[in-house]
Design a protein around this ligand. Sequence first.
Ligand code: GLA
Length: 726
Amino acid sequence: MADSTARIVPLRAAGTAFVVELTEPVPRVLHWGADLGPLSADDLAALSLTAEPAVLNNSLDSPRRFTVWPTEADGWAGTPAHHGHLDGGAAAPRLTTTGTSVRQDAEGGELAVSLTDAAAGLDITITYRLEPSGVLAVHSEITRQPDADPAPYDLAQVTALLPLPRRAGEILDFTGKWSRERSPQRRPLAHGTYARDVRRGKPGLDSPYLVAVGVPGFGFREGEVWGVHVAWSGDQRYLVEQLPEGAGVHAAVLGGGELLRAGEVRLAPGDTHRTPVCHYAWSGAGLDGLADRFHTLLRDRPGHPRRPRPVILNSWEAVYFDHDPERLLRLADRAAEVGVERFVLDDGWFRGRRSDRAGLGDWTVDREVWPDGLAPLADHVRSLGMEFGLWVEPEMVNLDSDLARRHPEWVLAPACGAGPAARQQHVLDLSHPGVVDHLLGALDALVTEYGVAYLKWDHNREVHEAVSGPADRPAARAQVEALYGLLDTLRQRHPSLEIESCASGGGRVDLGILARTDRVWASDCNDPVERQSIQRWTGQLLPPELVGAHVGPDPSHTTARVSSDTFRLATALFGHPGIEQDITRCTDEEVARLTAWTALYRELRPLLHGGRTVRADLPGDATLLHGVVAHDGTAALYCWARVATSPEGQPGRVPLPGLDPARRYRVRVRTDVGLPSFHHRSGPAWLTEAIDDRLTLPGALLTAAGLPMPQLNPEQALLIELRQAD
Ligand code: GLA
């Protein structure tokens, strides 16, 4: 049996477990996945014994081990946990353990392992924290010993790696573009490295977002799946790697980390590099199980937004750059009338900003457009009972701005000159002395002067050639660290200020930025067909209260698609809702519907923003069923949406996911924002009863047999509410 001196540390929470054996010279990972139950000493010894794989032909002479810090010293030929060099030397790290600290709680706990590499004078600590949600947060710190060789250690890359079993054979990750973020893509896992490198200075519109590997065919409700998210707002790397010899007794690895630029992290004696946190999660209940762990993790945070999420009106698709104070006052009046709670003035309010060609950097009000400043609008908004919000893009500058004219050296660019503009703009060098202070001063003044309750913080271009002059020092990570510092200080000064992370839509959606902001703008696309998909997949990581979802104009400004307002309203309900259209031009009927919608949202807000997200596995992509179910199973709201036609004449019985089979439910179709248009002569019998709110059905029927769903015309949605029957 196992070495009797070995210690084995199991961390367990919410049906998942992570087990490490404190072997020498480096501890090894015995297990990450389903909980193995309370483990006796014999069970632990058995786990250790069965972690010892065969010795292969033409291979290492001892059984392979997958350690907490895999390197070539273990015979590991995959991506190492770190690599680098000391002035051209010390390039083969040979680690030994110098200490461990363990905290095991009823729900989770923490294991920290300290390692040292004598040749490079590096002390490394890797910390695993198993949260009560079952999410395993992994980060490490790499410190040069104070008395080490004075030459800086050039750290090339640090990657968190956790093992996957052989049955995890299919990868799901995400890609996208402007107005079409978080498009899922699947592929079989094969031998080799599947890597997603991000070099855009932010996660990007094509962010891998969350890389999941599961038993092939895993769905929303079923299948075993392992996933990772890198909580970092800059360059990053995800990988899934499988070697023929496996990874110790395991088959493959799932990795993540910040992508470091050459020469960016050079550790002098005493310096420390801290990696971003990689959040790993396992689910035995498909992607919904994985989402549930992340949503629980986020909702458990002390900084998670607790106030009811206010209905927003955003001025962008209503007026764009056409800032006429009278028109905006009227827009605010109408917003208040329909039940808006926060009015956000988007781009176009600051000096010289008559288009996207000029003005970025000059964060004072344009007196030509706003002769009396923004105070009259902000005060008016507040007098109508709404909060006032403002758009900013602090990290950016137009060359046609007073700031760029005064401080050309503040532009982030190589000494030989700035590269091509994107959206007519460049990036400010946040690592340049004075830049962050300047931005802090400007933002602080705006928030104070106008009583700004909410900043929509944008970041509209990618960061290329992130080097800081005159020596062209790599500065990609310095940008992100400075941004985090700026946000943190601003929030300390204004504790009730809320901030939205926007980057041309959903280009900066990650748990690093969300540690210091209150929601994300999921996409510039307000077209409900696109939004059904964007929100469904953004929800894989984020609960709906963190995901901005607006009702846009018709036709959609980003796709020119015409859609019914019922569908637009039903779609925007499943997020943090808002309105983004010129509602002064709405008909009386449209105004009534918007008013009913904000009332419906307020009524259902506790359920929508507190419940569990569920998504049904249906054949094909033409129809979607998703919803939110109260944790105690007493209430639910579902959206039955049809985004395209399909050959089936009728959908048949569809089980409603997440309900409690032991309860009885009142089933009610919510008609507050109208009914969808149907593709039948008469609907299934239950529908009329549910529209009239006189239907009660057993939970077991709803969850096991399902409801025969009505056939909708394309681009339509039906809202079905369930409440426990008395
Ligand atoms: C970006 C944002 C939009 C809007 C514009 C303003 O594209 O994603 O929502 O704020 O900038 O210029």
